[in-house]
Design a protein. Structure first.
Lengths: 95, 482
């Protein structure tokens, strides 16, 4: 199976991932080769097999709905790219 | 001093032969002396000396533990409060972690001294340490070759005696492969055995932290501190932690070893194969019986892994958006440009390749064909392991198809790089524990023997590794000049 340059651009958009124009062809070739590897999976009959997400088939635990974390707002704000008055700043979204 | 085991160093600290401050200073000097290996991303000198001072006080008070005052290092994937935690990426080059990983917390509690943060493939994606934003790490056995990856900095540091021992993480072989290529001992525990809290996520259903040491004896001590249930990790397994050192000296009479024929076929370097034969003969002398087994689904591990791991990576790495922490591009035109360019500039090529692959595999119309199919195959692989491990006690085989390859040799060919993990990946899919131990040399470079056990049988693996290390000295050999 092979992916085109347009496919790669579409996937990159879905992932909000900037890709340099001159790298697109190489990504398309690499992803196509990865997909070729995956073709092997189609030779295996997996009818009736349950997909496996956790090696012990453990399900997510529930816990009591109580506060367990301390307030670390100062620390979190200190590592943000841009903050003002305790808010995280991003470019204007609404004109 | 650099060649001593944890137990020997603990004795030295108690007898007054040296203090933790002296020991730590000696390791810090050594790290500077061998900075050309590029094993460390950050050396936390002030913090280390401060922790060493506190450790000396604990030792004087008589409330020290075995690891108190022992200089260790952390793979830079573990969050360390107040200390830069990069995960080998420009994306986190400015990230001062606001909290400690549970593993880090446990070592702090034990009084271990942290020398610094170790180099790694970017976001743990790589098998050579060449994808690190901070540059390739050199293998101390031959500085023109790679140390393996993704825990390449850890493997190089432990092999070169730039830390007594250190942490690694293993998603598809990232502890075992570098351990093999650098001639050290590495253990990937059962999935869920070591907390993933604060360990930056790559593929959450596969990632597992573990010890990287010179000997199985040291690995038992490190794992004792690392293992255990953690409420903060929703996939942590609540199973009692045994005493990992207690059974190290058990004899191996009657041990049943299975050798999957799929592990010894085409693709395995003949000198590596011969070295492994000799190691397995050593186990026969120790009383083990060896039988050939077959695990037909092993060949499906690479395709299944390169669907599941990228899929989980694409979801996990969506948190890096340039808004709350991490890299942000200059002068974003709008919010979409901010996301796209921050991620495009902040991530390296291998990470982008896996995000793209994962995004594709999870996209509408392809989810069942790729992700669900791979998860079904994952179950078949895990059933193969369960079946094999009901017939034999442990499975043995190679860790890598060859010894360490040259820096630059495979980085231009990602698929070939992926195929170098052919013997390690299935273990992560099944979730069972496995070790790599030094088993000799081929072409002058270290060869690792892989020992795979049943779920939560880390104590048995350590026993089997330790017994081999009692009758061989591969694990005690140091690279020339170190």
């Amino acid at each position: 199976m092979s992916l085109t340059a347009d496919d790669v651009k579409k996937i990159a958009h879905l992932a909000r991932l900037g890709i340099e124009q001159h790298d697109v062809a190489a990504y398309a070739a690499d992803l196509s080769r990865m997909l070729d590897l995956m073709v092997q999976m189609n030779d295996v009959d997996t009818g009736g097999i349950e997909p496996m997400a956790h090696p012990m088939d453990q399900v997510q635990r529930l816990r009591s709905d109580v506060v367990t974390e301390q307030d670390k707002r100062e620390k979190f704000q200190a590592i943000a790219p841009q903050v003002e008055a305790g808010l995280y700043l991003v470019p204007k979204v609404i004109e | 001093m650099y060649n001593k085991t944890i137990t020997e160093l603990a004795q030295g600290l108690r007898s007054g032969e040296f203090s933790s401050v002296e020991l730590t200073a000696a390791f810090l000097d050594r790290i500077k002396q061998h900075s050309g290996l590029n094993a460390y991303i950050s050396v936390t000198e002030d913090l280390a000396l401060q922790q060493a001072k506190a450790a000396d006080a604990r030792l004087a008070n008589g409330d020290a533990e075995l690891l108190t005052g022992i200089p260790i290092a952390q793979k830079d994937i573990f969050c360390t409060e107040g200390v830069k935690t990069t995960c080998g990426s420009l994306m986190l080059d400015n990230f001062i972690a606001p909290y400690n990983a549970t593993v880090v917390e446990k070592f702090n509690h034990a009084g271990a001294v942290m020398l610094g943060k170790l180099n790694m493939d970017e976001f743990a994606m790589g098998s050579s340490n060449e994808t690190s934003y901070y540059g390739a790490v050199k293998n101390p056995w031959n500085t023109n070759t790679v140390p393996g990856g993704s825990s390449g900095g850890t493997a190089a540091a432990v092999a070169a005696r730039l830390a007594v021992c250190a942490t690694g993480t293993d998603t598809g072989g990232s502890i075992r492969q570098p351990a093999a290529l650098c001639g050290i001992t590495g253990l990937k525990p059962t999935y869920g055995r070591v907390s993933r809290y604060g360990m930056i996520a790559y593929a959450s259903s596969l990632d597992q932290g573990g010890p990287m040491t010179r000997s199985a004896e040291d690995a038992a001590i490190m794992l004792q501190t690392m293992a255990g249930f953690d409420d903060k990790d929703s996939t942590s397994v609540d199973t009692p932690v045994p005493d990992y050192s207690a059974g190290l000296n058990n004899r191996l009479d009657g041990l049943k070893i299975g050798l999957p024929k799929e592990f010894f076929g085409e693709g395995l370097n003949s000198e590596v194969a011969a070295t492994l034969e000799t190691a397995i003969d050593e186990y026969r002398k120790l009383g083990a019986t060896v039988t050939e087994i077959s695990m037909p689904t092993l060949k499906l591990a690479i395709p299944a892994y390169y669907v599941i791991a990228p899929a989980e990576c694409s979801a996990n790495l969506s948190r890096f958006d340039g808004v709350r922490f991490g890299y942000r591009c200059e002068n974003p035109a709008d919010l979409s440009d901010l996301y796209t360019r921050s991620r495009g500039e902040g991530f390296g090529k291998e990470v982008k390749r896996r995000i793209l692959m994962g995004t594709y595999a999870l996209s509408a119309g392809y989810y069942d064909a790729y992700y669900i199919k791979a998860q079904k195959i994952r179950r078949l692989i895990s059933e193969d392991f369960k079946k094999a491990l009901s017939e034999v006690d442990v499975i043995m085989g190679p860790v890598t198809p060859s010894t360490a390859f040259g820096i630059g040799e495979k980085i231009g060919n990602p698929i070939e790089m992926y195929l170098s993990d052919i013997y390690t990946i299935a273990i992560n899919l099944a979730g069972v524990p496995a070790m790599s131990i030094p088993a000799g040399f081929a072409q002058g470079l270290p060869v690792g023997l892989q020992i795979i056990g049943n779920y939560f049988a880390e104590d048995r693996l350590l026993n089997i590794a330790h017994q081999y290390q009692q009758v061989t000295d591969w694990h005690q050999q140091a690279p020339a000049g170190f």
